[in-house]
Design a protein around this ligand. Structure first.
Ligand SMILES: [Zn+2]
Length: 172
């Protein structure tokens, strides 16, 4: 047997925002075990799980990834460290607000969305938690109710307030 110091170190994977979007999109933004969806229940958070745990030799690739809700992922334990970073993440928040934003990001690589001041402040705050999304302000854009091409994340009640129009895309 070789010296343990000579063993190659297996680097813990980092799942990029782009990868997470791809897997969430592939799995239709639903938990692959119980079907829970943030679009239907605001308490649901989606996470990426290694089907065969990384710590047990599972591959770090799409075929071994699956979308789980936080509840189904608890108790598994092996991906706890990985998912700690994901828990309060912007993606989950955006999917609660409007899953179409994630769908557009997965499909087109970006989404144009509109938020009121409080929502945009939250987006900026959450965007610092994990490894970051590219957020570009689109200034001087007049947004009407149901403007058509924008993925509005405001409600009827918000309609009177000022809006921030922005483009959001995953990095990396
Ligand atoms: Zn579930």
């Amino acid at each position: 047997m070789g010296d343990p110091d000579d063993m190659p170190v297996r680097k813990r994977p980092t799942i990029t925002p782009k990868t997470r979007l791809r897997i969430f999109g592939r799995d239709n933004f639903k938990c692959t075990v119980c079907g829970a969806s943030p679009a239907l229940d605001t308490a649901v958070s989606l996470e990426i799980d290694h089907h065969v745990p990384f710590s047990l030799g599972g591959a770090d690739e799409d075929g071994n990834y699956r979308t789980l809700c936080r509840r189904c992922n608890r108790g598994k334990g092996n991906d706890e460290v990985l998912n700690k970073a994901v828990d309060s993440d912007l993606l989950n928040w955006l999917s609660r607000v409007n899953p179409e934003i994630l769908e557009a990001m997965a499909r087109d690589g970006e989404a144009v969305a509109v938020a009121n001041a409080e929502e945009f402040a939250e987006i900026q705050k959450l965007n610092r938690v994990f490894d970051g999304y590219e957020i570009t302000l689109i200034p001087n854009t007049i947004i009407g109710f149901h403007a058509g091409y924008n993925l509005g994340i405001y409600t009827l009640e918000d309609n009177g307030g000022p809006k921030t129009n922005f483009r959001i895309a995953p990095r990396g």
